[in-house]
Design a protein around this ligand. Structure first.
Ligand code: SAM
Length: 276
């Protein structure tokens, strides 16, 4: 497995630009993640653990659902991301959201949570079931566990109709970079088995892709941003960084608009279960 960030099993850059990208990605994914969290049963007053909290976007979304009577604790191994997350919480004046630095299964973050959640985090670990078991051990009986993960199909990458070669090639490049870096590229569909192997009940699952076309779709910038996040690692994976990265989003948009194409992101798969 190749690492770009000096810590185990992480393919993306660790930089202020990457934390900003996570923020833009969070806006793009907001609706999909909120639907999952609400379907899982998150509600006012709950104490929630968010693992792999990055720059804090999922923790802040959870905080908006649990309200001032609830509380959210985020865990991440990346101190830089946590500094960004703490800055945002402070700017919002939220007293009920805090972050702990460490591994999701080992950090001193407390237990007896009403819910444990995570987005785009299990795909970076070598043993997602073991990670889930550790996280679930921090949730009280009757509490909920909910995760949202990418499912990247190496045969497809990203879809478009009518076919747009730049969109599809870029999707394949992202998938190949994650695959070569040793990430769990099929984590979305592996969530079911990981929940069961972790001793959780069979999860309820949903699959959402973001689909759009025309000049205003946010997916072009999202896909170009993922390429940018992976770019520092690509040479070590034997992949060429696409030329003119700065204009990739514009070119994805222009191609789609010129051809009247509708484009699909890869699947974002959600899974949730209630603790016995
Ligand atoms: C792609 S980012 C997603 C961040 C956030 N969940 C979101 O959706 O915006 C993945 C985050 O998981 C963190 N991470 C990966 N493996 C971890 C582990 N074993 N323990 C704690 N954090 C981890 C990384 O440091 C990174 O900040």
């Amino acid at each position: 497995m190749v690492h770009s960030s000096g810590d185990p099993a992480y393919a993306l850059a660790r930089s202020p630009e990457e934390y900003e990208r996570l923020g833009r990605q969070a806006l793009f994914l907001h609706g999909t993640t909120e639907r999952l969290l609400r379907a899982a049963g998150l509600g006012p007053g709950m104490r929630v653990l968010d693992v792999g909290s990055g720059a804090g976007d999922v923790a802040l979304l959870a905080a908006s659902i649990v309200g001032p009577q609830g509380a959210v604790v985020g865990i991440d191994v990346d101190g830089g991301a946590l500094r960004a997350a703490r800055g945002r919480v402070e700017a919002l004046g939220l007293a009920n959201v805090r972050f702990v630095e460490g591994d999701l299964a080992a950090a001193e973050a407390g237990d007896g949570f009403d819910a444990a959640i995570g987005r785009l985090v299990l795909m970076y670990g070598a043993d997602p079931a073991a990670a889930l078991r550790g996280v679930a051990g921090r949730v009280r009986p009757g509490g909920v566990v909910a995760f949202q993960e990418l499912d990247l199909d190496p045969a497809v990458g990203a879809r478009s109709l009518p076919e747009d070669s730049l969109w599809n090639d870029t999707g394949r490049l992202v998938t190949e970079a994650f695959r070569r870096a040793g990430m769990q590229v099929r984590m979305g569909r592996r969530l079911f088995g990981a929940f069961v192997a972790a001793g959780l009940p069979e999860p309820a699952m949903c699959d959402e892709a973001l689909v759009g076309g025309g000049p205003g779709f946010a997916g072009y910038a999202w896909l170009a941003g993922v390429v940018r996040g992976l770019a520092p690692l690509m040479p070590r994976l034997g992949l060429d960084v696409p030329g003119e990265l700065d204009t990739l989003a514009d070119r994805l948009r222009d191609d789609a608009v010129a051809n009247g194409t509708v484009v699909w992101t890869p699947s974002f798969v959600g899974a949730h279960a209630t603790m016995p």
